[in-house]
Design a protein around this ligand. Structure first.
Ligand SMILES: Nc1nc2c(ncn2[C@@H]2O[C@H](COP(=O)(O)OP(=O)(O)O)[C@@H](O)[C@H]2O)c(=O)[nH]1
Ligand SMILES: [Mg+2]
Length: 366
């Protein structure tokens, strides 16, 4: 059996993982490599899967539990997408609130699957504003236990990837890289922009040639980790929208603005809120990765009578409060002009992480 390379791209909610997966798959195809993608979430109805599947790339989703707590789910998804895509490379995106991946995923893979898999260095994406706030001693706008997860992700990374480098001047990027190296001296620190492509090939060169994955296992306090995840309400919904000549871009922007206003007024830190509206002529993606100034909408749809909305929200509030808030804002956005029929609606708070495996030591490569 041929060996397949697995590239794990971790990092906190909203760091830019899915956008980078998309760009990486495109560039790897240009290098003549077949790529399969694996997404992961605590519940189905995932915007990431719907978005990544648009490009004709094979995508498998592990839903209902994170990779660490459903290791077999990851193995099954890898087998499926490997077979379907005849993949040379698999890129997997773990849940953004997950950490301890070296101990729970990388080491078990190195030990149990070395004949069929080469695992690339663990890459962890970090949003520059959250990263610099963390380096300043802050909590990156998050609950302290959620900020603990962010820090642990960086501590265990083989490669720290500062994402969205297009938002920084070259000098500011260099300074942030320097500070990141000082704080996490064992990791390689690179900058990337999935938007402009800057730095993506340098990172791909590293993860398609190096096999020193999981160079360290870090101590993780599972009580703090569990609290960091539990402070987040998690909502995944799938809704059919109908109306007359509805301006879907205005609808999506109105919905995200309404939600953002409620979250900001209630001091409920946003991990990530994203939506996808699919209609006959294509799709649009909306994102919120923090306060209202982070709101963005990509792509334009022509007005139409029917569309499907997938909405994923990870926000620091109870699932009950999040549920009520999203229902109210959705109803207000639809008002008298759009009818919303809920196809699926799940609201939860992640349970305590209970990994299938946890290695306390580094498994030798090769
Ligand atoms: N400016 C900029 N924004 C980006 C870049 N990569 C991702 N984003 C934005 O960051 C937000 C979160 O991206 P996403 O890939 O969904 O993050 P994930 O939650 O880590 O998978 C979206 O609004 C993206 O458009 C980038 O390279 N530059
Ligand atoms: Mg994602």
């Amino acid at each position: 059996m041929k060996t397949t390379r697995l590239i794990l791209v971790g990092g906190f909610l909203g760091a830019g993982k899915t956008t980078l997966l998309w760009e990486a798959a495109r560039r790897l195809a240009g290098r003549g490599l077949r790529t399969g993608l694996i997404t992961n979430d605590q519940a189905p109805e995932l915007v990431d899967t719907a978005f990544l599947s648009q490009g004709g790339v094979k995508v498998a989703e592990v839903a209902g539990s994170c990779f660490c707590c459903n290791f077999q789910g990851l193995i099954d998804a890898m087998s499926k997408v490997r077979a379907e895509a005849e993949a040379d490379v698999l890129i997997a995106e773990p849940v953004g609130s997950c950490t301890d991946l070296s101990a729970t995923i990388v080491q078990p893979l190195k030990e149990g699957f070395r004949r069929e898999l080469v695992t690339a260095p663990l890459s962890v994406l970090a949003d520059p504003s959250r990263l610099s706030d963390l380096l300043d001693g802050g909590t990156a706008g998050l609950h302290p236990s959620a900020a603990y997860i962010l820090r642990k992700q960086l501590e265990e990374a083989d490669i720290v990837l500062i994402s969205k480098s297009d938002q920084l001047s070259p000098e500011a990027l260099r300074a942030l890289q320097q500070r990141t190296r000082q704080a996490f001296p064992e990791a390689a620190v690179l900058g990337v922009s999935a938007k402009t492509g800057a730095g993506v090939d340098v990172w791909l060169d590293a993860v398609t040639t190096r096999s020193d994955a999981g160079q360290r296992v870090v101590a993780v306090d599972y009580d703090v980790y569990a609290e960091g995840e539990a402070v987040l309400g998690w909502l995944n919904a799938s809704i059919v929208l109908r109306g007359e000549a509805v301006d879907w871009n205005a609808f999506a922007a109105g919905l995200l603005r309404g939600l953002s206003g409620r979250f900001d007024r209630g001091n409920s830190a946003v991990g990530h809120v994203k939506l996808m509206v699919s209609a006959a002529d294509g799709f649009l993606i909306g994102n919120l990765t923090g306060t209202a100034d982070t709101l963005s909408i990509r792509n334009t749809l022509t007005p139409g009578s029917e569309a499907s909305l997938t909405l994923n929200a990870r926000v620091q509030m109870t699932p009950e409060a999040l549920d009520a808030c999203v229902r109210e804002v959705l109803a207000a956005t639809c008002a008298e002009t759009v009818q919303a029929d809920i196809v699926a609606w799940r609201c939860l708070s992640p349970g305590r992480p209970q990994p299938t495996h946890r290695y306390d030591h580094v498994v030798a490569a090769g």
